[in-house]
Ligand binder design. Structure first.
Ligand SMILES: NC(=O)c1ccc[n+]([C@@H]2O[C@H](COP(=O)([O-])OP(=O)(O)OC[C@H]3O[C@@H](n4cnc5c(N)ncnc54)[C@H](O)[C@@H]3O)[C@@H](O)[C@H]2O)c1
Length: 372
């Protein structure tokens, strides 16, 4: 297969001088060196990955970079959200410093959202910012976290507390890497994909409904459309509101509830996308109850979540505690809770004041031990 045949789509995130391309393709990883060579970068690059992804794809990336004359420094951070930390960042700063990386050297994140956020944070802060390349290998990272420039590490008291807006210079997504992704991680990524349909694109939502079988079987044309459309929606939102002053908040559909489910289960029971899926159901049901969304549209949202084998209810959590957690999180940060509610599939609105009894009822219906 030639390079041009295997490269399926190129998108652009338009942010003036910070604009960058997103390459999406099948089997494009062995050509990454060529793409990097066309950019104005130094000869030295640092590849950040974890043992799982490193074992699968590290050599391909390394060979490609070396073939194009790059001097590659590699650092492997253990696998897991708990390593998205300042301690891991410190290890990466040390490596960068020990190998004399300078302001032209690029940091290349090879992995899922954890590696992308961590490596991006290091790139944003080392020497006040050096070039950063995203090579996302999970569905969530390909459709969401690699685009938009949010980079962060966790603080012991909260996720993503220490971070920055720092755009990558390029996103390079090879959908072939999704073949090795555990099914549960793939499904979780689909929650974010469904989210894009609900917030902005009815036709895409319908495509997902019709093609759920092929998507789950990782059929290439469908998968390329999934990644391309998702990236394109996210890019358009980010272009209008890079630093989340207003519009970008719509990307949080399902997340206000989802974060509370994750926090209350100690980030152990659900992977992020599962919590978001349940949260999208909560938000849709609230919207129906408030008369904002037609009940049939709400059913379609629930049905697509079911089609992609994502959860709709949560276990033994108390509705009061969920509400308290959502309010507490926001109050701690000096803001109001902003709920993203669907008006129809393809359009959402942001609502701040939802009566407590409605929230309680909806969440109570979603527990596995509903109190009648
Ligand atoms: N920056 C943003 O805008 C943004 C948006 C959403 C989420 N996030 C962050 O993303 C993180 C979650 O990302 P994630 O869901 O990608 O999780 P992850 O990075 O932990 O990856 C999930 C698992 O899949 C493995 N993996 C990755 N690629 C693989 C592949 N191709 N084959 C086999 N295994 C593979 C990883 O090693 C890991 O065990 C969270 O920290 C979250 O805060 C950031």
């Amino acid at each position: 297969m030639t390079e041009s045949e295997s490269l399926n789509k190129t998108l652009k995130v338009n942010l003036g001088e910070k604009s960058y391309p997103i390459y999406i393709g099948e089997g494009i990883l062995p050509w990454i060196g060529q793409y990097l060579k066309e950019m104005e970068l130094g000869r030295k690059v640092m590849v950040v990955t974890n043992p799982t992804v490193g074992k699968l794809y590290g050599q391909t990336v390394l060979d490609s970079l070396k073939n194009e004359g790059f001097e590659v420094v590699r650092d492997v951070i253990p696998d897991g959200e708990e390593y998205k930390s300042l301690e891991s960042a410190q290890i990466l700063y040390d490596t960068a410093f020990n190998h004399s990386l300078d302001r032209k050297s690029a940091v290349i994140a090879l992995g899922g959202g954890v590696i992308g956020d961590l490596a991006g944070f290091v790139a944003a802060t080392y020497m006040r910012g050096i070039p950063f390349i995203q090579v996302p290998t999970t569905l969530l990272a390909q459709v969401d976290s690699s685009v938009g420039g949010k980079v962060a590490v966790n603080h012991p008291r909260g996720k993503n507390i220490i971070g920055a807006f720092y755009q990558p210079r390029m996103v390079y997504a090879d959908i072939t890497t999704l073949k090795t992704l555990p099914e549960r991680e793939f499904r979780a990524g689909m929650a974010e994909v469904i989210k894009y349909g609900v917030i902005q694109d009815r036709e895409f939502f319908e495509f997902l409904e019709k093609n759920h079988g092929n998507i789950k079987n990782l059929a290439v044309p469908e998968l390329v459309r999934v990644v391309e459309t998702s990236c394109s929606i996210k890019a358009r939102v980010v272009e209008q509101d890079e630093t989340e002053q207003n519009l970008r908040a719509i990307l949080n559909y399902g997340h206000t509830f989802g974060h509370a489910f994750e926090a209350l289960t100690g980030y152990k029971k659900y992977v992020h996308g599962e919590a978001v899926a349940i949260g999208m159901v909560s938000a849709a049901r609230v919207a129906v109850r408030l008369g904002i969304l037609d009940a049939r549209e709400g059913d379609r949202i629930e049905n697509i979540i079911r089609l992609f084998e994502l959860p709709l209810t949560f276990g033994r959590l108390s509705p009061e505690e969920i509400i308290r957690t959502m309010h507490h999180d926001k109050k701690a940060l000096g803001g109001k809770v902003r709920y993203v509610l669907p008006e129809t599939i393809g359009k959402v609105r942001i609502v701040s004041d939802i009566p407590g009894d409605i929230l309680y009822d909806i969440l109570n219906e979603q527990t596995d031990y509903c109190i009648l």
